[in-house]
Design a protein around this ligand. Structure first.
Ligand code: NCD
Length: 373
């Protein structure tokens, strides 16, 4: 992929994956598909969703290792690989709960967090995860105003590569930029969010939170509500939840739904009360005003009126439904404070699971790198 193309990689949901429709096809059935966009060609593997009855097969087919060098997106993972990461993350939870939180498995390893977009929780979560494993962690925040797009991305990558890091954790405002960078450097790369494309560790931490609370994801009904159009969290979650056998609904006004969303294996609702019916999990998304060009919502007040999660609206979901939010939250815009801090909220648990998931992913990728790499 040429350098000049980097800057064209902005387009979000256009860089898509086609999901096979929910069907009676067999477990793990997949086929390669070349999905073409105007600016790039990405090869993605497509999976048929798992049926509840197939979950035993998933357990029986448990992997003993994880074959990937990078973690660039959920779309590149098989359901078994997803479950492998979740199982390891589940083990990592106890490390953070101990008084002695530091392991030495990554002693001598260098992790660089390269963030082209501002981030508090994701960057600090990756930093803690690396440090708890014993790695040397360096944070590099590159302010987007100084970034001369494509050129700077590659230049920065090559400079860092020359410093012999073992792992780069990268966040970038353009979809596809992290994959481009991964192709240029010698070390492992984790995508910490690229444009509106993918945010794989967020989807994994959400899945771990759900699995620990509800035991299994297969058979659950999950609603993802709000600004789907700009959300890499929504995209990664849709792919993961489908892969593990959940029924996924998206609820949003038409202006915040990407074209062709129904082809991603989701049910689309524009009415919140209707969409929330029978849901086991309600995932709220931040209204990403910084990414909006033009007026996509009439006003914040009206948005909350129709799409905000308050106590009355939450009653439409199952009584034991989990309330989730990736953060940062806009209280009173997409979620009422009483719900964010209420008994059904697992938002703080998500933050805790974030560190565990990142520890697991980092450790697994470093194991794959071996003792000489
Ligand atoms: C999300 C992101 O950056 O995509 N947040 C996060 O990772 N903590 C969601 C958001 O910004 O709304």
């Amino acid at each position: 992929m040429g350098l000049g193309r980097t800057i064209k990689l902005r387009n979000e949901f256009a860089i898509g994956f086609k999901f096979s429709e929910k069907s009676s096809t067999t477990l793990f059935q997949r086929h390669a598909n070349l999905f073409e966009t105007s600016s790039i060609h990405l090869r993605k593997r497509i999976f048929a969703p798992i049926r509840t009855s197939d979950m035993n097969t998933l357990e029986n087919a448990a992997l003993s290792s994880f074959g990937q060098k990078h973690l660039l997106g959920i779309a590149e993972l098989s359901p078994q690989e997803i479950q492998f990461l979740l199982d390891r993350a589940n083990e990592a939870v106890s490390v953070s709960r101990q008084r002695e939180k530091k392991k030495s498995v990554l002693r001598g390893r260098t992790q660089i967090n390269l963030f082209f977009e501002a981030s508090t929780r994701t960057q600090s979560s990756f930093e803690l995860a690396g440090k708890r494993l014993g790695a040397d962690v360096m944070n590099m925040s590159v302010s987007s105003s100084s970034v001369k797009k494509g050129e700077t991305l590659i230049d920065t990558a090559m400079t860092l590569n020359a410093m012999q890091p073992d792992l780069l954790v990268v966040r970038h405002q353009s979809a596809g930029a992290v994959e481009l960078l991964a192709n240029k450097v010698g070390c492992s790369v984790i995508n910490a969010g690229d444009g509106a494309h993918e945010h794989p560790t967020q989807a994994l931490l959400d899945a771990l939170t759900i699995q620990r609370s509800k035991n299994s994801i297969a058979g659950l009904t999950v609603a993802i509500c709000g600004d789907i159009l700009h959300s890499r969290v929504a995209r990664s979650n849709i792919i993961l939840l489908n892969a593990l056998g959940a029924r996924v609904k998206v609820i949003a006004p038409s202006t915040l739904l990407p074209a062709g969303i129904d082809r991603l294996g989701v049910e689309v609702y524009r009415d919140m009360n209707e969409g929330l019916k029978d849901c086991d999990v309600v995932m709220m998304l931040r209204l990403q005003r910084e990414r909006m060009t033009g007026a996509l919502i009439p006003s914040i007040r009206e948005y909350f009126h129709f799409y905000g999660l308050d106590a009355k609206r939450l009653e439409c979901a199952k009584p034991d439904a989990l309330v989730m939010h990736p953060g940062p939250m806009n209280r009173g815009v997409e979620i009422a404070s009483e719900i964010a801090d209420g008994p059904q909220s697992v938002i703080e648990t998500q933050v805790e699971m974030g560190v565990a998931v990142r520890m697991a992913v980092i450790e697994i990728l470093m194991e794959n790198r071996g003792s000489n790499g």
